[in-house]
Design a protein around this ligand. Structure first.
Ligand code: MEV
Length: 428
């Protein structure tokens, strides 16, 4: 085998057991025994299960899992599992959910769980005629697609429709056929990609062209979830705060630099739930940001307005390609348990909950930004972490963190000074 201390070309790495791979990595990266033990500790995800989920496994990467409380969505109470490394997010979501409760909670709706599968056909002499021929053969193509997944069809889903478009590219015109597949409770990538591949030869035959890519689109514009809430002005902190949030919303709608951060705040909430439940967070992020740019200009995904009574009204619309069956959702024991905690019964209900959490998270961020600034809340947690890094116990950290926030000096050297003083005199 290749000398791993010199090269990252390790032939047969995938054939090794996780422990053997870890031994190689240890040697390559000069890991000490303590570091190896860290990687070996896979927690609630058994090593052999992790090894079956992805390739070249050596361990697992734990992320904190917390519960956001206070969520009332369509008059149903939810405890929301959130997996995230960033402090303040779960507390902020819980706080915002409490505010929305004062206005009756969050209302949601969603479209059918329809995903789009794309089939790219090149080398067509008469692409517009080819497009027509594909559209004329719609029933035949859909029948072929549905033959691939009788279980999905029995569950009320399957390929419902198709569309075709000619696009101009640097490589000339191409015909893009799009299957619209109702994926029911699955995220749908497997079902859609299988259907795409199955109908590709038919499309070649019909068009006389050559099919290249056959893949699901993550811009899931036919699978949308929507959330809205009305928050009484008193619950948000008064008229001035409402006005501030409305202006913050206008800023994000008008400016892509702000919109990216605004939407990141929405994703803080949504993605934490997506990760906790073993769903594909890259698909959700890609879809959300592409959706935010669907008009040709990247903008905010949410809106915040003041109603005639002066209360705050928020809305959020997201493409939501989530599933409750298949993939890590079913295999990862923590993901399964997170779904049980949520108590959602369908992918649609789950999509709506993820959107509601995004809306609440956005509210919390805008309220903090438009009111006292984001740093106060962030700094309290940051200061606590710094105090613990300086060697404080949990109890000492509370006192030291409070002092550092008051002084606005949050540094390890200062934490050490305060800790020494606290240890010798009992006060700071
Ligand atoms: C930080 O993770 C998220 C925020 O930047 C979102 C926002 O600015 O709206 C606070």
């Amino acid at each position: 085998m290749t000398d791993v201390t010199k090269s990252s070309q390790v032939s047969g790495f995938y054939k090794l057991k996780p422990t053997e791979r870890l031994a190689l990595v240890k040697q390559h990266a000069n890991l000490n025994d303590e570091e190896v033990i860290l990687l070996q500790n896979t927690g609630s995800l058994a090593l052999d299960l992790a090894d079956r989920m992805v390739e070249n496994v050596i361990g697992a990467f734990p992320v904190p899992l917390g519960i956001a409380v206070n969520f009332l969505i369509n008059k149903k109470d939810y405890l929301i599992p959130m997996a995230i490394e960033e402090p303040s997010v779960i507390a902020a979501a819980s706080y915002a959910a409490k505010m929305t409760r004062d206005g009756g909670g969050i209302q949601t709706i969603s479209t059918k769980p329809v995903m789009i599968g794309q089939i790219q056909t090149v080398d067509i002499k008469d692409p517009y005629n080819a497009r027509m021929q594909v559209l004329l053969a719609k029933n035949e193509i859909l029948r072929k697609a549905n033959e691939q997944d009788p279980v999905l069809v029995d569950a009320g889903g399957g390929a419902l429709d198709l569309d075709a478009k000619v696009i101009d590219t640097t490589e000339g015109p191409m015909l893009i056929t799009e299957l619209h597949v109702d994926c029911r409770d699955a995220m749908g990538a497997n079902a859609v990609n299988t259907m795409n591949e199955a109908v590709a030869p038919m499309i070649e035959h019909i068009t006389g062209g050559r099919v290249l890519l056959r893949i699901i689109s993550n811009l899931a514009t036919k699978r949308l979830a929507r959330a809205s809430c009305k928050v009484p002005k008193e619950s948000v902190g008064g008229e001035k705060v409402v006005d501030g949030i409305v202006k913050a919303s206008a800023f994000a709608a008008a400016d892509p630099y702000r919109a990216a951060t605004h939407n990141k705040g929405i994703m803080n909430g949504t993605i934490a739930v997506i990760i906790a439940t073993g769903n594909d967070h890259r698909a959700i992020e890609a879809g959300a940001h592409a959706y935010a740019a669907r008009t040709g200009k990247y903008t905010s995904l949410s809106t915040w307005e003041k109603d005639p009574k002066g209360d705050l009204v928020g809305t959020l619309e997201l493409p939501m390609a989530v599933g409750l069956i298949g993939g890590a959702v079913k295999t990862h024991p923590v993901a399964r348990t997170a779904i049980k905690i949520l108590g959602v019964k369908s992918a649609n209900e789950f999509a709506e909950v993820c959107t509601a959490v995004g809306l609440a998270q956005n509210l919390a961020a805008l309220r903090a930004l438009a009111h006292e600034g984001i740093q106060r809340g962030h700094m309290a947690l940051h200061a606590r972490n710094i105090a613990i890094t300086a060697g404080a116990t949990d109890e000492q950290a509370e006192v030291i963190a409070a002092k550092m926030v008051e002084e606005r000096k949050i540094r390890v050297d200062r934490a050490k000074e305060l800790l020494d003083r606290y240890k010798t005199s009992g006060k700071i």
